[in-house]
Design a binder for this molecule. Sequence first.
Ligand code: SF4
Ligand code: SF4
Length: 282
Amino acid sequence: MRISVAPNKQLDDHTPGSVYLCQVKENVSCGACCGLYNVADASRNALESLLIQRTVLFADIPRDMDSILAFKTAVEAHENQQRPYPEFHHCPFIGFIDSSNSRVGCLLHPLNLKNNGIDFRGISYYGGMACRSYFCPTHYQVPMVYKEIVREVVDDWYLYGLIITEDKLLNAFFSLIAQKMGHPLKKEDILTHHRRVAAVQEFLKLKLNWPFRSQEIPEANYFFKDKLYSKPHLNGNETFANTSLFAPIFYELCSCFSSHNELIAAENILENIIFNIVGSDF
Ligand code: SF4
Ligand code: SF4
């Protein structure tokens, strides 16, 4: 819930892992730990519509406790309260914080212009301290260079919030790239080559369009340490999938293969992406 509208910072001594991931740039920010995707319909259109309605409604709410709490009550009465992960709180105060409705963030944040510098996050379920101090596992578990690359190449809030909490998926992918390159990855290895940027973008978008994703898995990623919801074991042609070079990536993408041919097709997708990054080294 480290939702802020702080200036874009590449490296930040106050952020665990030194790369600030919450508010990144125009169109790119995250609210996953506020439960952004833990909604009955987490499709892009449905979520965008929900956030716009809240943002518009909140704009005219007087900034006093009673009115803000009345806003919360109205939002919760109006919206479907079914949650894929019932134990994962969805905060009704997440909305859009820019004029073009392309940047998600906290409506209670003091830098929200209409809040006149007052921090209303203490009203929230977790309380202001948690909202200010929580950082998701990606901040701690993913090397700086991988985080910097993701920040740079993603240009869409919806994908960004879904992929940035996938710490193990990001580590599995980028460490494989580094292994194939034969040296630790530097961000310049990717960011200075259009073809490589496009290939990384293609990989990250698999979070949205992976054809072998189990249909039973919600869009939202449950990334808390209590591991209340684990990803499913690779099934279908389990033996083959588990021995694949790409098994860790398949697992993190919640894959389910119904035939050996599907597994081969999945491997081909990843091989093509990696070939476009490391070329003939692969
Ligand atoms: S899930 Fe992580 S990146 Fe996203 S807002 Fe929370 S702390 Fe920031
Ligand atoms: S008040 Fe809600 S939207 Fe704002 S940071 Fe806290 S949990 Fe996130």
